[in-house]
Write a protein that binds this ligand. Sequence first.
Ligand code: SIN
Length: 304
Amino acid sequence: MGVDLGVELAGLNLRTPLILASGILGLSGRLLVEISRIEDVGAVTTKSIGLKPRDGYPNPTIAVLPYGFINSMGLPNPGVDFFLKELDEAGSFGSPLIASFYGYSIEEIAETARIIASHPSVSALELNVSCPHVSGISEIGVKPELVAEAVSKVKKEVGKPLFVKLSPNTHLIVDVARAAAEAGADGLTAVNTVKAIAIDAELCKPILSGVYGGLSGPALKPIALRCVYEIYEEVEIPIIGCGGVSSYLDVVEFILAGASAVALGSVIALKGIMVFRELARGLSEYLERKGVRSVEEIVGLSHR
Ligand code: SIN
């Protein structure tokens, strides 16, 4: 029996439901193109891009824990103009490119979206309103009315699909998801990292120079899964599940909770880029074992 791993996501055709999450492999156009051409990669997402270049925080920016990472990068990026030049020289993508972006105000979000979306290599946008350790970003993402305003402004200016990456650091996540959907978002990415801290017991101070960071990796998975499950109950647009995936069973669980696609982040740092192949094979074998012909048949199945 042939199992079809292809999924349709807000008008994008993905070879598999496995997406490179934002922030994992940066903004090099050539690297993103190379990854996009790997057979089992469904789509690739850039690191978040702002209107102007941003340095980010000094080291240390990552704390490695037995159950995940806490990062406090501080959104370092070279800005939109540099990124568009990168894309000009990158070659053609083998799977859709999702450009992640942020802004400190509704106007800046809309302007950044318009500039990035003008590049023909960009298939879709992902609005990051959920970075837990850069002030001015997650303040927008925890207010449903501000997210709605940002989404409708971007949708007026940009014809490409828009995903909103949600914060787990609020009990209002479903309200934010609903507000984004009602304002015209084409999909939701659930979730960004959980605000966290690591303390050095010898130095008696926080490890990260930015003090707070975002927890990713296996510790995040049950929280992310719960968020996807709750959002799926209330909102109809597609969800990209994101947070702590490290095995094909994690991928399956996110899909059963309601995700149409699943983004891989920290696991790439641990296992390398070919983890896409391992998870795609595992997913395919699981579907075959269950007598299911396509991923879409099991999206949200745990609710029924
Ligand atoms: C960062 O670059 O600081 C991480 C981005 C994020 O958590 O959204």
